[in-house]
Design a binder for this molecule. Sequence first.
Ligand code: CA
Length: 735
Amino acid sequence: MSKLGLKRSFIALVVAAAGGGVPSQVLAESALVRTPAEFASALPRLQPGDILTLADGEWRDFQIVFTGKGAADRPITLTAQTPGKVFLTGRSNLSMAGEHLMVSNLVFRDGFSPTGEVVSFRKSRTERANYSRVTGVVIDGFSKRDRTESDNWVALYGHHNRFDHNQLSGKTNAGTTLVVIRDPEQGLENRHAIDHNYFGRRPVLGSNGGETIRVGTSHASATSSFTTVENNWFEHCSGEVEIVSNKSGGNTYRGNVFFESEGAMVLRHGDDNLVENNVFIGNGKPNTGGVRVINRRNTVRNNYMEGLAGSNFGSALTIMYGVPNSPVHRYVQVDGAVIENNTLVDAREMSFGAGMDAERSAAPVNSRFAKNLIVNRDGHDPIRVQGDMSGIVFDGNVQSPAATKALPGVAGRRVTLERGKGELLLPKGLKDVGVRSDLTFIPREQTGVSWYPKTRPVAALDSGASQAVAPGEDTLTQAIAKVAPGGRVTLQPGVYIVNQVIGVDRAVTIQGPAKGRAEIQFSRPNLFEIGSGGALRLSHVTVTGALAPDIAGAAVIRAGQGAAQYQLIVEDSAFQDLTVNRSFNVFAAGPASVADRIRLERVTVERATGSVIAGHTETADLGTYNAEVVEVVDSVFRDVTGPVLDLYRGGTDESTFGPRLTLTGSTFERSGLGEAGALKLYGVQRTEARGNRFVDSGAPSFFRRVGYPVLVWSGNRFQGTPDLITNVTPLETTP
Ligand code: CA
């Protein structure tokens, strides 16, 4: 016993006695363990009320299996010697089974779980945890390296479990951050509490499976889970179109804050759910949404939404069309929805009848939309109606500055807003419409833990030091190897020869001279390969393909296989003579890679046999693609075999927002003369092309695959070039 550091001690426990909660002295064992072997040896001896403590330090490759049977007032606890000083790293995870267990104050980082879960409320299919609690646990960037490899960070099984005051951020691979898994064997009424957690950065996954929370599956969605999701923060949870995917009945979502998160709180499956007192703050960021309503008897009331810029399935408020006699996995008709006393300030869109198509043909029925306040301070009318809304009673709603013509039961009047005590905008002199005036939201610092930062700073481009590098052979390679994240190398006029592929896994800038020409030549098939989390900025450089070998897959810049959350920015630069191979690209996306952003500005490409941006490796047709945002501005493409831009997003999945393309002020000359044309945009969700010139080039094409892809096509001039080929009606807007 002594060598395990076990000691008998009296520990004061507060026993919630009916008589008034007087602390009583209970004999409890407290064990401090320093190795997994000590842990395993101490575990079987634990009695209700005992505390097992992991010593401060790093626990590498430790798969904790924590089992036991505590009592309601005396749980068995696993905790850290010091909060914030016990790190589970490498291939680690935690699974629990038993009753009245409590785990607290552990940090998972610098690794990933070798299984499908990081924290699991079960040890095996038959051994689960009930009446148990996980609190104060941090999971920080504990993602599998390949973003397509799926896991759930937290899986709640069993019933009556609580997950509170935890902090989860930086999940970059597929799979839900927190999931409630239900099955009849364990009982479908889970009654879990998920509260006061901080759900941090969840970058765009680029496919389905990027939800932050999912409660249930479509399969058992006709039954009730009775789970409560309350007082949590969701900050930058932008994995996919569903931030929360509710897939069961009887759940409550109350008092949560959704801050600049792309996607929406989605009542995807299940009936009788309640969404109330939540606060959504979009700050005008793209794709920030509110609540989406499907199914029966769901209530959405007293929610506050400000600055949400999302549209369609991710609009501030979306009421969907359903499928008649819908199978459980499709869209059950909206029936008996109550949507009242919500406030929407500066929403870009409220979508009534979203998803209406040949299959989803059932309009909402028996529903009520009342006493909602809709204010757009710039006069925009966000209300968009498709289909028949006569099954909804509209009553006592107020819209400012004027009532929409699209719906009844909305009175127009000019409303002045002021910040109330709870920091939310409230209408002056208007009662009983919109949210209650005493609505507040939980402060960020009251979620998660106090002893670990909520965000880890990532060095941004050009945030670090500059270092000059002289022309010559391999000088650039050596200089970049030494650059710290956020650093920059500055080139003088002259020729730089690179004889290996330069990996970019952090923020790096290569800055050429303002006068004179810095030319880079390279002797491998690629000059740069960008990995996950990398950011590359090229400015004032010229790259030629003169020395490159004749090897398939040649590209100046390549995104590595599975690379995600990376950026490429090229400005005031030129690419020339990429001709040695029959398909030599400027940029090529590797398989399963997805860029946050690719931007070309004032870039000239002359004589290339491939594409300027080749983003078409995601051909599994699962709604995945290679770049979230592509921007091409004031650039010139001359004698590029093409297609100059080749972007592909296949399949009918509706979980993702990208790709989005902006193409302005650019010129295509004698480019895209192959079969695919100058531009090949397949399944791109939003394209804005303005003020471009196509001279003696192949036809650009834009093909809609699913959803509501938007093509804004304005002020583009054609000379010796066939017309745009498309299956949508382009929106012409004033340039
Ligand atoms: Ca989803």
